[in-house]
Structures are given as structure tokens and as C-alpha cells.
Write a protein that binds this ligand. Structure first.
Ligand SMILES: [Zn+2]
Length: 305
């Protein structure tokens, strides 16, 4: 992550000729309160969240919604220093903490929802493995013929980064990996931490739309990396999450976001399917700003840390 994603440097990315799209996942009282959990700062502190947004407004930034985004990127709309706020996944703290702050600041935002996170209150596989490593009593282990010490938070994070990188670009079974790690780490069950693990309910998604006027977009059914799936599996992920969004909003969604959002998170099949379903854009999690006439299915975002 570059220095530009630092909450105090964001305003340097504002420009009349480009669009800054911010990527958030969650907002909590204190981002450092969770040990190994939240080590990658997926959930940021309220103070940092507010400070970063106020700083953008003070520096002349114009918060926009997605229809203004299309107008601006198409070259039909002139907007001074535009920025768009996006949230991924569907954490409950988006409603309890982020929504009132954004409303007070008059900032529109879009939330990309993962269907199973909402309908089953599921944890993502990375959140589960973070929890298993956090709660293990083992001080070392051998994995892929490499010895890892787990004696400190730093060393646990080192092991987690290895696992994340290993599975980033490959097809694998989440449940098999989690069961394997439970055995190795001698932890029977993940430990849920409400502040960072609770997801929105279906009713709360409706509330966000109706009370807070939040735009909602699709983010697949299970949050698997589309680029690692075959065409039938990708179809299932997209058709199911499209139906889910329509149940909440009554309309066919046109905004999508790829799970994980890295350069292998989607492929030609993904793009074809999204077009067939009527989607008009999908941001990635690749860092950068967006110039006019950018590819709407390769939009860059900046994750605030
Ligand atoms: Zn996601």
C-alpha cells in the first residue's frame, strides 16, 4: 500500500480531470483493538474515517454518486475534484457507524453486497483463518515444509500473509483449507468478534437503501474470486447476487464489484457475463485514480488505511 492511501494524503489525489474512488470495508471505534484480527486494517477507526472525509471536503473535493461518476467519466459532466465513496462486503458497522457519519457530511455512497454474508451472516475465509491463527496456542508449526513461529502477533501475521498469497490466484476449497488449518492449529472453531464480524441483515440492507439512500451494488454470492472459477460457477455467482439485489431494491442492479479486486480477480468470461446481465461498471481494488474515458470494468480505487 502506498503513502497515498494514508488518510491524511488523500486530498493530493483530487483533481478536476480525474475521479478518486475510495474503498472501505468497515469502521470501528478503535482499529487496533483486535490483535491479529484486522491486522490489514480492513476496518478503520472512526476518527480516521471522519478525518479523511473532512479533509477531502476541506480541500475542495466534491462527493458524487454513481450516476455522476458515469457522467464525469463519459466526459458529459464537469465536476470539481470529484470523489466517490464505496464500501465492499456488507458489514453491520456500515449501518451502525458509517452511515450516520456519511449522512451528516452529506456524502452519498455505494455499498457492494455479498449475498451469503447478508443471508447467512457468514465470515469470509480470510476472516476465519485470521481468527484461527489469533486463537491458537501453538507457538510454531510446519506448513508446506517451512517452519513458522507463531510466538508474536508479527510472526502470526507473517504466516497469514503466506497463506493469503498462496491462495490468492488459485482454485481451492475454502472448507478444506479451514479444516486443515483447524487441525494444524488445534483450534476447533473460529471466534466471532461482533464489531468486525457481524454482517447486515436483509432488513438492514433495505433500511440503508430507504432511510440513508445508499446505492447498492452486487459483490457475488459467496465472495469467491471470479477469475479462479469456470464459466458455470461464475454464472451462478452473478445470477444469484443479481437476483438478491433485485429483491432488496426492486430494480436490476447495474453496479458490480469483483471480490478481492486484484488483477486476476476477473477474466474475459466475467466481463461477458456482467455485460449480459446489464452491469455498467465494476471497480477493482487496484490502486489508482480514474481519468476520463477509463474502462468502467477496470476502475481503480484507493483503500484508505
Ligand atoms: Zn469483498
Amino acid at each position: 500500500m502506498s503513502d497515498l492511501s494514508n488518510s491524511q494524503m488523500l486530498h493530493t489525489l483530487l483533481d478536476d480531470e480525474s475521479l478518486l474512488i475510495l474503498l472501505f470495508h468497515g469502521v470501528v471505534e478503535n482499529e487496533n483493538a483486535f490483535g491479529v484480527r484486522n491486522y490489514n486494517k480492513k476496518h478503520i477507526s472512526i476518527q480516521k474515517f471522519e478525518r479523511s472525509l473532512i479533509n477531502l471536503l476541506k480541500n475542495g473535493g466534491t462527493p458524487i454518486d454513481t450516476s455522476q461518476m458515469y457522467g464525469f467519466l463519459n466526459g458529459k459532466l464537469r465536476i470539481k475534484k470529484p470523489f466517490l465513496v464505496t464500501f465492499d462486503d456488507g458489514f453491520k458497522n456500515n449501518l451502525t457507524i458509517a452511515a450516520p457519519i456519511l449522512q451528516d457530511l452529506g456524502i452519498p455512497w455505494i455499498l457492494y453486497l455479498t449475498e451469503d454474508f447478508v443471508m447467512k451472516n457468514e465470515m469470509s475465509w480470510v476472516d476465519v483463518i485470521d481468527s484461527l491463527v489469533e486463537n491458537t496456542d501453538r507457538t510454531n508449526l510446519i506448513y508446506d515444509q517451512i517452519e513458522y513461529s507463531l510466538e508474536t502477533v508479527y510472526l502470526k501475521i507473517n504466516f497469514l500473509n503466506y497463506i493469503r498469497n498462496k491462495y490468492k490466484n488459485q482454485y481451492f476449497s475454502y472448507s478444506q483449507l479451514i479444516n486443515q488449518l483447524k487441525l494444524i492449529l488445534k483450534v476447533t472453531k473460529e471466534n466471532r468478534v461482533d464489531e468486525i464480524d457481524e454482517k447486515l441483515t436483509f432488513a438492514e440492507c433495505c433500511l440503508l437503501k430507504n432511510k440513508y439512500c445508499v446505492e447498492l451494488g452486487a459483490h457475488t454470492k459467496t465472495h469467491r474470486v471470479l477469475g479462479n472459477l469456470n464459466a458455470d460457477e461464475q454464472y451462478e455467482e452473478i445470477v444469484s447476487s443479481t437476483r438478491f439485489l433485485k429483491e432488496i431494491t426492486g430494480c436490476n442492479p447495474i453496479n458490480f464489484a469483483y471480490p478481492e479486486g486484484h488483477d486476476k480477480a476477473f477474466n474475459a468470461t466475467t466481463l461477458k457475463l456482467l455485460e449480459e446481465f446489464g452491469y455498467q461498471s465494476s471497480p477493482t481494488a487496484m490502486e489508482g485514480i480514474n481519468f476520463r474515458h477509463a474502462d468502467f470494468f477496470r476502475l481503480n480505487r484507493v483503500m484508505v488505511i
